[in-house]
Design a binder for this molecule. Structure first.
Ligand code: NI
Ligand code: MN
Length: 222
């Protein structure tokens, strides 16, 4: 499987299927990606992003799925703790400690709850934490699903910062960690290198600091 970090929380997984998570890039567009399935962690604009414009089959929490259905999309609703298989790709919705809400015109809509995903296909398990604080049940996500890769927010202010994400990485135990949700704006400016060095000095976990648009290959038994 190829994993591309497109920027912010937006990640493209390419293998037998093309899965796009949280289709938002600051100052850009993800329309070119043409994914098979879009996964949305929560309703905030920097995550739901271009979901409606992409108009692909979308996996999201029930309330967002309902909203997307009203916009004409084929949406698969689910909720935290559940697992669904869509076109051979497994989506497990995990908790996230965060707020949510959909901004759509003046009325606005509710967005259910904020979440993360463990996404499994081609024998590779990817955990995208969504926007979240550190929580100790990340240990359960590690014990239950054994993700190969963990995508963790490190930008602070709206999510964990590097210190909390370092503990999260240990809780989850994935052999590779990729920091996301930082340096998009001044308010979440973070140097990812001390985070990488601290984890790699104290554990066997590898931290891949990617540039927006960069792709790496995740092997099933690297
Ligand atoms: Ni958010
Ligand atoms: Mn966010």
């Amino acid at each position: 499987m190829q994993l591309s970090w497109l920027g912010h929380a937006c990640v493209l997984l390419t293998g037998s299927k093309k899965i796009l998570i949280d289709p938002f890039i600051e100052g850009g567009s993800v329309i070119w990606t043409s994914p098979d399935i879009v996964a949305v962690t929560h309703g905030h604009e920097d995550h739901i992003g271009e979901t409606v414009v992409l108009a692909k089959k979308t996996v999201a929490v029930t309330e967002i799925a309902k909203y997307l259905t009203s916009k004409g999309l084929a949406a698969e609703g689910m909720n935290i703790g559940g697992t669904i298989i869509v076109d051979g790709v497994s989506f497990t919705m995990t908790p996230a400690i965060h707020s949510t809400g959909i901004s759509d015109g003046e009325s606005g809509s509710i967005g259910g709850a904020a979440a993360g995903f463990v996404i499994t296909f081609d024998g590779v398990k990817v955990y995208h934490a969504g926007d979240t604080a550190l929580f100790s049940d990340m240990k359960l996500i590690g014990d239950l699903y054994h993700p190969d890769v963990a995508l963790l927010p490190i930008g602070g202010r709206y999510t964990m910062g590097p210190a909390e994400a370092m503990i999260a990485a240990n809780f989850i135990g994935a052999r590779k960690v990729i920091p996301i949700h930082y340096n998009t704006w001044k308010k979440i400016e973070v140097d990812p290198l001390p985070f990488k060095q601290a984890i790699e000095r104290t554990t066997d976990i590898k931290v891949s600091v990617l540039q927006p648009g960069e792709t790496i290959v995740i092997d099933r038994d690297e």
